[in-house]
Design a protein around this ligand. Sequence first.
Ligand code: SF4
Length: 227
Amino acid sequence: MREVMIQFLQRNLLRWFDENGRDFPWRDPTASKYRQILSEILLQRTRAGTVARYYTCFFEKYPDWEALSRATIEELEEVMRPLGLYRHRARRLYKLGQGIKRRHGRVPESSGELADSGFAGLYVINAYELFVLRGRRPLLDVNMSRVLKRYFNAGEFMDVRHDKAVQALANDIVEVRRCKELNWAILDFAALVCTRRAPACGTCTLSPRCLYRQRGQERGQEREASR
Ligand code: SF4
């Protein structure tokens, strides 16, 4: 049953993405790996549209690893201020820049090398493995978690860092040839269809198998019957 649900999700979300996926500069096939990874750090807990507006300005100031490794933490805080969470983001970027500096500009070339590189946090490490090392990894954040939790009826929402059930689901669903596109599909789908407050279940491509949707219909039928 789980395998059938996984395949249904992969097939339908990739099809949905081909018709509805959003264009962002970091998704451009010509975007460097540096830009793809740094964009993922900027995207954490921030709307993609906000990052898109800030994208050119940031990469003009820090066009490559070398420029990032020269930045001071004060400077990064100042640059990050318009995006919010600026202290947190500045610390992350600084740590990353210093990690690359210690490695004399050489970026990690294997999963094993990531540990010592300044790349921190499950999300960023997964992004690096996905975009640079071409591994099949999920960009698991609160939005991907919401879609998976609903679709698979996988229990209460909790911090994704401690949620083993959703981590296992996320790892299973990205076992697909178009892994990068599937990740983007889920992020776009979470922003446009399976939204936090008002999921558009009535027109959703996943609704025939979505357990959240089925439970909602059952609850509606019970209410009808008790009137
Ligand atoms: S049917 Fe509703 S809850 Fe289920 S995936 Fe679609 S929008 Fe989300």
